[in-house]
Design a protein around this ligand. Sequence first.
Ligand SMILES: *[C@@H]1O[C@H](CO)[C@@H](O)[C@H](O)[C@H]1NC(C)=O
Length: 345
Amino acid sequence: MVLQSLPRKPIILTISLLALFFVLFQFYGEISVDYYRNYAPGEAIVPPKTNNDKPQPGYFKAQPEWDWEVPEYGSSWKGYSRKPRNKDIVVLTASDGGGHNSAIPNILERVLDDREKYCTRHGYTNLWLNTSRYDIGEAHRTWSKIPAVAEAFYLQPNAEWIWLIDTDIVLMTPSTSLVDALLSPSAIEHGMMRNTPILDGQLKKNPSHIYTPNDYRVQDIDILITQDHQSVNTGSMFFRRSAFTRMLLEMMTDYTMLMGLEHGGAEQDALKHLLLEHQLVRNHVGIFPQRRFNAYAQGGNNMGYRDGDLLVHFAGCWTTGKCQEYFEEFWGKKGYEGVWRPDES
Ligand SMILES: *[C@@H]1O[C@H](CO)[C@@H](O)[C@H](O)[C@H]1NC(C)=O
């Protein structure tokens, strides 16, 4: 017999290897094999081609970027989970350089330069989009960071995660890897706050009685955000390329029902409203402890910056007229590794 004359060991080895691959791909069933095929090392990423100097040719929602692509494996609400590559992370500053930030001279140039260094260090893409170009009708200017997220997904087709950070944020601990600290499946799994009240103003004064899910699935998490003492805060948040994210951006910028109406907290109120009203939205939005990626310049141990925190956000500083003072103080301590503001909790 031919079979008997063949060496046994190589055949058994081959069969075992095939079985092993079969088992492995069973576990990775939510990601198509195509994904791994496209995951070749060393593939060139084309830097995004921005159009930052010209106004867009019409109403923002009519722009092509709203038709940004979502791959097959991100199109189901059952989601997927995997560790992103650094080069698939975009750090997005969506700003017109104006607003209360103009109290700090050259703030936009300074933070963009600093973010460029951070991105180079880790292999992320630094992106600035000039939000003055968007025709958003009568809506308040802060809404325009939502169209910027859509534009970023469109301009950078490989972007898997987009980190939207306000201009009035300083990266204090630039050694932090976003993947290890926040975006890997285990970081998401361990970081999310379960069964936590979703705030609608101060908890004691106005309890919403709505909580984050107890049984989050990490595969479903498409948005990462934090809450301060009053509500979710859109100053620093992460968006994953998925069908859910695209739907959420479209809902948030619904002009008739949300964006065109008077909302004190603009885009932030839109997101809060969607969270409070919709279980599906709660299932896809991970709420993290504030200091993980949105510590404020002032506040107690839950809110205020402490040594080692990723960043500091000067939220609300224009109300006290101290923006510049705070900003320069923190800027001078960027990357400092000694004891400055220890966590004494
Ligand atoms: C931002 O866009 C506005 C409106 O299109 C334009 O007037 C301004 O020059 C742009 N800013 C920069 C720095 O390109």
